[in-house]
Design a protein around this ligand. Structure first.
Ligand code: KG4
Ligand code: ZN
Length: 309
C-alpha cells in the first residue's frame, strides 16, 4: 500500500510517501524565516507561500516516483490556518481525481500522535502527550478508532511559553532549542523550579502562570536595575516544565494503565523532556527528530493506520 500525503496546516509545506509503514521519501519547505520577521505566522503570507512551495514539491515528487503507483492520497484537513489547509486540499484532490484513487482528509493532531509510530506498531491502549507551538494535550487511544483528549491546556501551549520566555530573556526565535541548550549546560548548578500550576481538572494544563511568574521576576529585576541571570531563569523554567509534564504523565499512567506512551510535537525534540519520558514506562515511543515538527510522514502514517485491516 503506497500512501502519498500532504501537510500544509501551518507554516510547513510537506510531501511524503509511505509504503506499508516504511518511509520512502519526504520533502518539507519551512516558511519560518519569513514569518520570524513578523514575530508570528501571517496567515495571508502563509497561504501564498504554500502555493509557491507546493509547486516545487510537485516537481520533486514527479522526479522521485511514477505517481501512477500511488494507492491513496492523504492530506491534513484540520485544524490549521484555513487558507493554508485549502492549498493542500486542492492539490491532494486534483491528484486523487487524476489518478482515480481514494482521498483521505485527516486530523493534524492525530497525525502528530502517529509520528511516534513510523516503522513501529502501536500497542493499545496508548497514551500520547502532544507538546508543540500551537497545542498541548494528553491523548488516549483505546484502539485505533477510539480516541479521547483526556487533558489539554487552558491557555498557552508549551512551545509558545518557551518562545515568550526566551524573548523576555533576549534569546533568539524559536526559543525552545536555545533554552534546552542552556539547560544542558546548567542543570547541575540550578536545580530549583517555579511554582507548579494547579487546574480544576487535574489532567488539564495551564502554562501561562509559569510564563507570568518568570516574566514578573525578570521585570522586577529590570526595575531594580539588577543584572539578569539568563542561565538561571532558563534552566529553572525548563526544570518547571519537565516536572509539570512528568507529574501529569504519572497520574495519567496511573489512571489509564496504557500499554505504550508517546511524546510528540515540536517540543518533543527537547532533551530533558525526552529523558524524563524514558523513565516513565517500559514502552516509550519517541519520534525521530525530523518527525517532531509538522511533516507529511505523520499524516501518511495516520492514513496507514486508518486503512489497514
Ligand atoms: O510543532 P511545532 O513546529 O509548532 C507548531 O507549528 O505548532 O513546534 C515548534 C515549537 C516552538 O515553540 C519551539 O520553540 C519548540 O517547538 N521547540 C522546542 C524545542 N525544539 C523546538 N521547545 C523546547 N525544546 C526544544 N528542544
Ligand atoms: Zn503541528
Amino acid at each position: 500500500m503506497l500512501i502519498f500525503a500532504i501537510e500544509s496546516s501551518h507554516d510547513d509545506t510537506s510531501f511524503a510517501l509511505l509504503e506499508d509503514n516504511k518511509p520512502i521519501w519526504m520533502s518539507t519547505i519551512s516558511q519560518i524565516n519569513i514569518h520570524k520577521k513578523y514575530g508570528g505566522t501571517v496567515p495571508e503570507i502563509a497561504s501564498r507561500l504554500h502555493v509557491k512551495n507546493i509547486g516545487i514539491l510537485v516537481n520533486e515528487l514527479k522526479e522521485k516516483i511514477d505517481i501512477t503507483k500511488i494507492d491513496y492520497v492523504a492530506y491534513t484537513k484540520e485544524p490549521g490556518l484555513i487558507g493554508s489547509l485549502h492549498v493542500g486540499y486542492m492539490v491532494a484532490n486534483a491528484l486523487a481525481i487524476y489518478l482515480n484513487k481514494p482521498i483521505l482528509g485527516l486530523n493534524h493532531l492525530e497525525g502528530h500522535f502517529y509520528s511516534a509510530f513510523i516503522e513501529k506498531e502501536v500497542e493499545y491502549p496508548a497514551l500520547g502527550l502532544l507538546v508543540s507551538g500551537g497545542h498541548s494535550q494528553l491523548m488516549l487511544y483505546k484502539s485505533k478508532d477510539e480516541y479521547e483528549i483526556i487533558g489539554e491546556t487552558q491557555d498557552d501551549a508549551v512551545g509558545e511559553v518557551y518562545d515568550k520566555v526566551a524573548r523576555k530573556l533576549s534569546l533568539d526565535f524559536p526559543g525552545g532549542p536555545i533554552i534546552d541548550r542552556i539547560w544542558k549546560e546548567n542543570n547541575d548548578i540550578y536545580t530549583d523550579h517555579f511554582t507548579i500550576p494547579k487546574t480544576e481538572k487535574y489532567l488539564n494544563f495551564s502554562f501561562s502562570g509559569i510564563k507570568t511568574n518568570v516574566i514578573n521576576l525578570i521585570n522586577n529585576q529590570i526595575n531594580r536595575k539588577e543584572e539578569i541571570n539568563k542561565e538561571k531563569y532558563a534552566t529553572e523554567f525548563q526544570n518547571t516544565i519537565v516536572l509539570y509534564l512528568k507529574e501529569h504523565m504519572q497520574e495519567a499512567i496511573r489512571l489509564y494503565n496504557p500499554k505504550s506512551i508517546a511524546l510528540v510535537g515540536g517540543v518533543s525534540a527537547n532533551f530533558a523532556i525526552r529523558n524524563m519520558f524514558l523513565s516513565l514506562h517500559e514502552n516509550v515511543c519517541l519520534p525521530k527528530l525530523e518527525y517532531t515538527t509538522d511533516n507529511a510522514m505523520m499524516i501518511a502514517r495516520l492514513a496507514y493506520e486508518k486503512l489497514r485491516k
